[in-house]
Ligand binder design. Sequence first.
Ligand SMILES: [Zn+2]
Length: 358
Amino acid sequence: MNLRAFTVAALFSLTIALDAQPVPDAAKPPETAGAWVDLLAAASGWKATVTYDTLTGTGHILRGLDLVRFKVGFPLYSAGAGRVLKAPAVRDAGSRLEIPREAVASIASWFSERDAERASRFSIAAILIDPGHGGKDSGAIAEFGSGKDRLRILEKDVVLSIAGDVFSRLQDRWPDKRILITRSGDTFPSLDARVGMANEISLGINEAIIYVSIHANASFNKSASGYEVWYLNPDYRRTVVDSKKSEGVDENVLPILNAMLEEEYTTESVFLARSILGGLKGGLGDIAVNRGLREEEWFVVRNAKMPSVLVEVGFVTNEAEARKLSDTDHLRKLGDGIYNGIVDFVDYFEHRKGLGSP
Ligand SMILES: [Zn+2]
């Protein structure tokens, strides 16, 4: 189809130039007549533009990403997203297009529906990366070999390096999200301070935060190796509803609300754990053992009122793995894996919770 579209204003100057027949005043309702509105005036009220094709008698009203199509004399408007608005038709009044007030009202309410829908979309507004231990608390420590093969490895250093990498990559990817890290040097924030940092972030109604704690493992079994991701045991009952934020809420409702939120956080924590595990598997391939998902009641995970997981990047007590964990390339791969897992989760979460196409 050869669809030539003009803006209405351009179109009418063209029409008038080609066809100078004056429109009889009687056929033209007064500007303010009750039933009809100038389509361009209605559109400018919506900050929309109008395009109209005289050959087919069709046109559209475009407002941001919302497009409403109309056909002169046809009492249906196609509003996109599978929606058809039934309203009296647009008419061609010669010098301008006119739209019945009833149709103006339907289109206006469709636009506000779309606005409300967009405003209700969920987003991960903040991501808190928590490298475990630090400062006086070295976490797991191991020593191997002697001479130039001597290796002394501290969990706090391994996890800080990986976490810093994940943190800066997330910042680059999402400058609009709040990306935080519990420590950026060799310091020791208390567990309460770490969790507090996460819980104090103020979020909008449809915003969420995720918490990713990064640790390295130790075992008496020197052959144990590999990475794993922990999430909270779903049987553990948490108080996830913040009492300060629920003032005025019927106290009988709180336990129910709490259970609902808890359920949601647990489900999301499992998804987040699974995404990160998938990211690590993709990034490391066969060079490290995938020990899978684990459930536990870690302090930081238990007290974070949000989807949260704890990643164990490997065993410092296994010599071969400890040597990898002191290699910057390997650390970068671990960082890549965690980063990719977080990105997958955020994409999934934001789209699953979205209410359809833009
Ligand atoms: Zn640890």
